[in-house]
Write a protein that binds this ligand. Structure first.
Ligand code: G4P
Length: 529
């Protein structure tokens, strides 16, 4: 048991979130380089959707291929086992990212020094903030001209609603970027622009007043740094690890991922402050990672890229206990025992079959259609993890069968793609017509393409004027008010895949009117309430 605790304590599972182009891929790659997990730059492929590079379909397939490879990147650094969970930056795949965030224990937020806080950053950080996920901020591209450090810290506090404290501080920027003062370790790291530069070049300066600092960076820069650090000390709270772990304080680092500068500082601080696997709430109780019985949940399903083998890979985050190969586990939703002969563990450049995995780890399980996103596995306890809601989609279309001979294939394809979480299916109460709702417009192309290539089915779409889908909860299903609502709004009512009632509002205005008219009915924007 001692070694179980040791394995648990040395795990850090986190995600990197950013607006596309801020430098997430570059930073990931540098982190892996430190772990010795990859040998050269360029080894981590960007899973960005590059518009216009090739046809969109090819691009989607390319992206899917890469996203299997980079879904989970595991590596070791200073005897710490680090798992990076990949989060797609493209906004059309935001739902994937939200789901992945249910499996991380902390995050690193990457911000471009010139662009500051961008739209995707705001959305993703909000999700993390609501869940009190500990966050470290990395301000990237200091080798370029950008915003002043104070201005940026201010912007982060205002726009992201965070309380920050810098743990490193830039000396100049862009053309004049001289390096960083590491507040956390009390030393100076000088910028030479040479990415191969390593740790030994860090110069210890425990006393900022020492003339050594002037010799290193020049009088002017040294004085400016002293002044700014003093100011920062007055404005920002002192770093407090517990506050960080509670999600109430976010330390900030500055650097340049491309130049591998400031990344080592970030990583060293990360392994010493970032949380070990955290307890997780289930519908029944809170489960602690150190419990000896295994529990875990599916947060992502990836279809096999080879259409001849329609098996899928279900990604399971281990919450408690150890997961063992060939041991029967309870699939709670199906009330069925399942054994896994070849669970995969993920490393930077490969996946491998593993015998035992620990809390914080992700295992990839081959699946022939048993799993849905959000499913729980246990050693026998009827436990249901929650917190993977469906979000109210923003794009809606009728889906029609374009090949009557293939209706079975179409139904199966739609069913499986929905289980994977590609989109949501709604069935109109009035006439049984099927509607696909998605968070991004790109998903319609993905669905059409994959139905054809993986299931041999063809579909067409028809436009539908829906502004938002909201999940309905009635205080009293027998009340006159609810009956009236169901009768008058029958045209706009549908069921989701789980059979939950959904109201499809055709405009913001009609949604508001309906809410006002039926005060005892709750309209939810996510499927979990
Ligand atoms: P993302 O995953 O967050 O979308 O960003 P990614 O790492 O792909 O980086 C986006 C662009 O920013 C890349 O350039 C990358 O080289 C550049 N970049 C990352 N970190 C830094 C940095 O510290 N300084 C500077 N100056 N640039 C940085 P690109 O030209 O779009 O792509 P590529 O052709 O270089 O791959």
């Amino acid at each position: 048991m001692k070694s179980f605790q040791k394995e648990l304590n040395r795990r850090r599972t986190f995600g990197i979130i950013s607006h596309p182009d801020a430098g997430k891929t570059t930073l990931t790659e540098k982190l892996l380089l430190f772990g010795g997990a990859i040998q050269e730059a360029g080894a981590v492929k960007s899973n960005k959707i590059k518009k216009g590079a090739t046809s969109d379909f090819m691009e989607i397939e390319r992206q899917r291929g890469i996203s299997v490879a980079t879904s989970v990147l595991g590596f070791e650094y200073k005897d710490i086992k680090i798992n990076i969970l990949d989060t797609p930056g493209h906004k059309d795949f935001a739902e994937d990212t939200f789901r992945t965030l249910t499996a991380v224990d902390s995050v690193i937020v990457v911000i471009d020094v010139a662009k500051g806080v961008e739209e995707q950053t705001e959305k993703l950080v909000e999700v993390c903030r609501m869940r009190n996920i500990p966050m470290i901020v990395f301000i990237n591209k200091m080798d370029r001209e950008g915003k002043d450090a104070f201005e940026l810290l201010d912007e982060i506090e205002q726009k992201l609603n965070l309380t920050v404290t810098p743990l490193s501080y830039p000396i100049g920027m862009g053309y004049d970027f001289k390096g960083i003062y590491n507040i956390w370790e009390k030393n100076v790291n000088l910028f030479t622009g040479d990415p191969r530069k390593d740790i030994e070049d860090t110069i210890e300066i425990s006393d900022l007043t020492s003339s050594e600092l002037d010799d290193l960076i020049g009088d002017e820069a040294a004085n400016e740094l002293r002044e700014e650090l003093e100011l920062a000390q007055g404005v920002y709270p002192e770093f407090d690890k517990d506050a960080y772990l509670r999600g109430q304080l976010q330390p900030v680092f500055f650097g340049s991922a491309l130049n591998n500068f400031g990344v080592r500082e970030l990583l060293d601080c990360f392994i010493s402050i970032a949380p070990t696997p955290r307890p997780k709430e289930s519908e029944e109780r809170i489960v602690k990672p150190e419990e000896d019985k295994f529990t875990g949940f599916v947060f992502k399903i990836h279809a096999n890229m080879d259409p001849r083998h329609r098996d899928r890979l279900a990604f399971v985050k281990i919450v408690s206990g150890t997961f063992e190969r060939n041991k029967p586990y309870l699939h709670v939703r199906n009330d069925k025992k399942l054994k896994f002969a070849s669970p995969n563990a993920f490393f930077a450049e490969k996946k491998e079959i593993v015998d035992v995995s620990y809390p914080g780890d992700i295992v990839g399980l081959h699946d022939t259609g048993n799993f849905k996103i959000g499913d729980t596995l246990t050693e026998g306890e009827a436990l249901n993890y929650r917190g993977i809601p469906s979000f109210s989609p923003e794009h809606f279309r009728y889906i029609n069968n374009a090949d009557p001979m293939k209706s079975k294939q179409l139904a199966k394809g739609i069913d499986q793609l929905m289980d994977e979480g590609v989109a949501q299916l709604f069935t109109l109460e009035l006439n049984g017509r099927k509607i696909i709702g998605t968070v991004g417009a790109l998903q319609f192309e993905v669905i059409q393409y994959r139905l054809e290539h993986e299931y041999g089915a063809k579909c067409t779409y028809e436009n539908l004027n829906v502004h938002k889908a909201t999940w309905i909860e009635a205080e009293d299903e027998k009340s006159e008010e609810f009956k009236d609502f169901k009768r008058l709004k029958s045209k706009f009512l549908a069921k989701d895949k789980k059979g939950q009632l959904v109201f499809l509002a055709d405009s913001q205005f009609s949604l508001q009117m309906t809410r006002d008219k039926y005060p005892s009915i709750k309209f939810h924007f996510t499927s979990e309430f």
